[in-house]
Structure formats: structure tokens, C-alpha cells
Design a protein around this ligand. Sequence first.
Ligand code: 13P
Length: 259
Amino acid sequence: MRKYIVAGNWKMNTNLPEGEKLAGDIMSLLQQRNFDLTRYGVIIAPPYTHLYRLSQIIDNSKVRLGAQNMGWEEKGAYTGEISADMLLSVGSEYVIIGHSERRKYQKEGDELLLKKISLALSKGLKPIFCVGEELADREAGRHFDIVKSQIVNVIYHLVPEDMQKVIIAYEPVWAIGTGKVATPEQAQEMHAFIRQIISDKFGNQVAQDLTLLYGGSCKPANAQGLFEQKDIDGGLIGGASLKAQDFVTLLDMLIEAKK
Ligand code: 13P
């Protein structure tokens, strides 16, 4: 069954006390809500340094933890890297792979991302795999080709059983942190396209069960139109996930839209 999810990507924001406060505020708002945990999910992906502490203060039945990245090798002489085992040992259940900021600043490409996603899956971490085109690609009409190649070069190498553990987030790069959100129609069109590509390789059932998130300037002011789309199953939220009230409002809006 398809699960609807709001996931907060905190990026490089908050020090530990600030992160504890934000997680605590999110928890108190969630405590006032009862939602069907088999249908809806909440994930927060704070900086690595917060994971262990937050695993102790969140109520795991309502919020799950994710990391924002992961090393590509199992262990060894990779100074500064964080392994899948390390993430699991501090309470992470999810890991974001292939965020556009890492593709851009760390030059992460398909080959490396395939290594990371395969390693994550082999260790039991659930990947949130990000795809999305740049503004120039969209303007040149290449956006479908770009997103398709990002999926084919990585996701198509997975076995169907693993694919069922993957969440895909469509994050058009031009909408991230810019305040310029994709229209519901633009986002729905791409989400339907992605679901079709997944169906072509893994079959209709896997495609129907896939959680497909939208990311890029998504906030309470614009989420309703997005969440009402039939192939948009929630959001990967940056800026608005740093405000507890906004983040939890997005969950409320998602539940309302998918009733
Ligand atoms: P913003 O919501 O700040 O645009 O960030 C989106 C994002 O990159 C989430 O991963």
C-alpha cells in the first residue's frame, strides 16, 4: 500500500540545542494528533551530529529519523565519511541519497549514487532518492529526459524487492530554496512520468505502491494544490521543516488531501 509522507530535510541548519528544541516542538504538536500510522509517515533528517540525541527524544511511533547523506563504502580509511552502520546505530531508518545540493557541490554522479543506494539497501536503510532537473533543462524542454536518465542510471539497477523500500523525491533544482514552487500541474506531470518509468521496469504494483514526494519551496501556503495531485504522495521539505508549526501543518494538509 502506498504511504503518504512528509519528510523534513534540515540541511546544514541548527546546532544541537536548536535541533533538540525543534524536534521537541514537532513532537508536542504531533502528540495532539492521531493519524493512521500505516498510511501516513513523518520523517526528519537532521544533521548527523543530532541523530543520536534526537533518537532519544522523539517518539519513534510518530516520527522516524533519516540522515541527509551516507558514505559509499562500508568502512575504512575514508576520513570524514559516515557509514551506513553508523547511521543505523544512532537510530536512522532512512537516508537521503542524491540530493541536488550534493550532486552540485560534491559532484555526486549516477555511479556513486548507485553505490550508495545499493549499500544503504544491503544494510537495511531505506533510501529517499532525489531526482530533478535544472532550470536550463526545463527551459530547453529536456526535463523529462534528465529525470529519466537519473532514474534509469541508478534505480533500474535495483531488484524489485529492493525497489519497494525506496522513496523517490522529485525536486526541480530551480524550485529548491528559491521560493519558486513548481505548479501542481508541472509537478503532477513529472510525478506521473516517474511512476510510469518505474512501472515499465518493475511493474504496475511496485509503481502504485511507490511513495513519490515533491520537494522545492513547498510550504503551507502552496502545498494544498500539490498534495491534491494523485501522484504526489507528500513532500520533502527544506525551509518549512525548520518551523515546527509549518511542518506539522503540512502533515495535516497531506492527511486532508488524501482522505
Ligand atoms: P526548500 O523546501 O527549502 O526549497 O528545500 C527543498 C529541499 O531541497 C528538500 O530536500
